[in-house]
Design a protein around this ligand. Structure first.
Ligand SMILES: [Fe+2]
Length: 244
């Protein structure tokens, strides 16, 4: 059966109380988690897409900071177009703009992080504490959609670290399949805890939206080098995509 991704996303969004979600997002320092956001049909499409890019997974390791695997936007575009369609869904964009109060723009076509898969599949895979700092001139928002969950990897964050009026508040979430996390990348300190020996894989779809598509060339070079070595490999980031 063919699934209209935009229509299906619109139906999921219609069930939400937008005012309540917006209030919660602001109250938590521009961050929300929504369980069961994706309908089963979309989740299944994305899981099929995930299987079709198994050969495109790039392992990465940055001592003291992260260990894991990723599939870039370029590899997704070449092998599994559903991910890009979800990213560009008008219904999803309208929802995200309603929550954030910002006009949200696509990242540059050359940005491997625009939408990507993060995979935690070997013991010790994790990412340490960090902010999703924007290399663009404006704000950067991160959207995570849980695809496959395991026992040991938790999404942990500390709310209000940038606020002088609120106490820091530590939170820990399991991103079960279909769940959504949305946050302002420069505001939320977060990490993913290490995968334990004997545990199964965890896979998350990450998407990035910005308020200004410009980036000065020097910062673009730093961003590309970081993406090449810490995430996706030199071939995807500097040469567009892997060969089919
Ligand atoms: Fe992050």
């Amino acid at each position: 059966m063919t699934v209209d991704l935009n229509q299906s996303l619109a139906e999921s969004i219609e069930k939400l109380d937008l005012d309540a979600q917006r209030d919660r997002y602001e109250d938590q320092g521009r961050m929300i988690v929504i369980d069961d956001f994706l309908s089963q049909d979309i989740l299944e499409r994305l899981l099929q897409g995930m299987e079709s890019v198994r050969g495109e997974v790039h392992r990465n390791y940055v001592p003291g900071q992260k260990k894991g695997a990723a599939v870039s936007r370029m590899s997704l575009d070449a092998n599994a177009i559903d991910f890009g369609q979800v990213y560009r869904s008008p219904a999803l964009r309208k929802f995200l703009e309603s929550i954030t109060g910002e006009e949200l723009l696509d990242c540059l076509e050359s940005d491997a992080h625009t939408y990507a898969l993060y995979l935690y599949e070997e013991p010790g895979d994790h990412i340490g504490w960090h902010y999703d700092t924007s290399f663009y001139k404006g704000k950067r928002f991160t959207l995570l959609l849980g695809l496959v969950e395991n026992e040991s990897c938790a999404f942990e964050c500390v709310l209000h670290t940038r606020s002088s009026e609120r106490e820091d508040l530590s939170q820990s979430y399991k991103l079960k399949p279909g769940s959504l996390v949305l946050f302002d990348g420069d505001q939320l300190r977060h990490r993913v805890t290490p995968m334990a020996e004997g545990d199964g894989s965890r896979v998350v779809l990450t998407m990035e939206y910005v308020t200004d598509r410009s980036m000065n060339p020097w910062r673009k070079m730093i961003s590309d080098v970081k993406d090449a070595f810490a995430y996706f490999g030199i071939r995807d980031v500097f040469f567009g995509r892997k060969s089919a």
